[in-house]
Design a protein around this ligand. Structure first.
Ligand code: ZN
Length: 92
C-alpha cells in the first residue's frame, strides 16, 4: 500500500522519544488515537495507529461498496415490486 511520506524533518526515533518536547504539531491530532501527530506524519503517529487507520479505511470502503450494492438491490426490488404489484393489481 503506497503511503504518503512527506520528507520527515524529525528522525522518527526523536519523534518517538518525546511527544511534547519536539516535533509535535498540536493542531494535527492522530486520527487513530487522538495524540498529537509528530511533524511530517499524516497517517498516524505509530505503526500501530497507521495499521488501525488502514484497517478503518478498508472497512469504510467496504461499507461504501455495501451501501452502493444495497441501493442497487433496493432499486431492483423496487422494480420487481412494481412488476408484481402491477400484475397483482391487474389480476382477474
Ligand atoms: Zn496514534
Amino acid at each position: 500500500m503506497p503511503e504518503p511520506s512527506p520528507a520527515p524533518k524529525v528522525p522518527s526515533s526523536a519523534a518517538r522519544a518525546g511527544y511534547g518536547a519536539l516535533g509535535v504539531d498540536s493542531s494535527q491530532p492522530c486520527p487513530a488515537c487522538g495524540k498529537p501527530l509528530p511533524v511530517g506524519k499524516t497517517a498516524g503517529c505509530s505503526a500501530r495507529c497507521r495499521a488501525e487507520l488502514s484497517r478503518w479505511r478498508r472497512v469504510t470502503a467496504l461499507r461504501q461498496a455495501l451501501l452502493t450494492i444495497q441501493a442497487q438491490v433496493e432499486d431492483l426490488l423496487d422494480l420487481v415490486g412494481k412488476l408484481h404489484g402491477g400484475r397483482r393489481r391487474g389480476r382477474k
